[in-house]
Design a protein around this ligand. Structure first.
Ligand SMILES: CC(C)(COP(=O)(O)OP(=O)(O)OC[C@H]1O[C@@H](n2cnc3c(N)ncnc32)[C@H](O)[C@@H]1OP(=O)(O)O)[C@@H](O)C(=O)NCCC(=O)NCCS
Length: 172
């Protein structure tokens, strides 16, 4: 089976797979996303599970990636068509829901997930990627993303952009 990240960094410690290649981890990934971003009164886990099922096939968009330590899932990230930013309806696609298990943070898993997603996007011909950065601007900046715009409003979010005109560079 294709080992996405190993194509661009053979020394990587963690393996990055498409979620459709490892569907046994669907429940875990859905649970991470729900607990991190969507668990609130009135919501059920289906608010995440229903759209995430649409990621379980080989296709350009949407796509989901899972990081594995052996057989254990330790992080995930999504490539989606829209992140629901009403002020920017024409931008796509978006990196979303980047999550790494707390015990695995600071070991490069998040970086590997972002770079695997970028590799996929580039292979599929997407020339621009966007994301909503809350307090993680420096994390993405280090990976070559730049501030696209800052939206004022209830939460004051920062939108970041990465041009995929060139192939993503492998890094150690
Ligand atoms: C953000 C998150 C995905 C980072 O994952 P991670 O695996 O710890 O990140 P990495 O180990 O790949 O970090 C890569 C680099 O970014 C740095 N970094 C990590 N978290 C950072 C943060 N919160 N702010 C700034 N820099 C950060 C690391 O120091 C590392 O730098 P280095 O390569 O110079 O050592 C993880 O903290 C997480 O899941 N947080 C909760 C969910 C979340 O906030 N997601 C992002 C939504 S915008």
């Amino acid at each position: 089976m294709k080992k996405l990240w190993e194509e661009i960094n053979p020394k990587a410690m963690f393996e990055i797979r498409y979620l459709y290649e490892a569907p046994q981890h669907f429940d875990t990934v859905a649970d991470w996303i729900y607990r991190q971003w969507w668990q609130k009164p009135g919501n059920t886990a289906e608010v995440v599970r229903t759209p995430l099922r649409g990621h379980l096939q080989p296709q350009p968009l949407p796509a989901a990636f899972v990081a594995l330590d052996g057989e254990m899932p330790v992080g995930s990230v999504l490539l989606i068509e829209s992140d629901g930013i009403d002020a920017l309806p024409d931008l796509k696609p978006w990196l979303a829901a980047l999550y790494v298990l707390p015990a695995y943070r600071g070991q490069g898993v998040g970086k590997q997930l972002v770079q695997a997603l970028e590799q996929h996007a580039w292979q599929e011909g997407f020339t621009d990627l966007y994301l909503v950065a809350t307090d993680r601007v420096s994390f993405y900046y280090e990976l070559g993303w730049r501030v696209y715009t800052k939206l004022v409003g209830k939460n004051g979010i920062t939108i970041m952009h990465k041009s995929m005109a060139a192939a993503p560079a492998a890094s150690a």
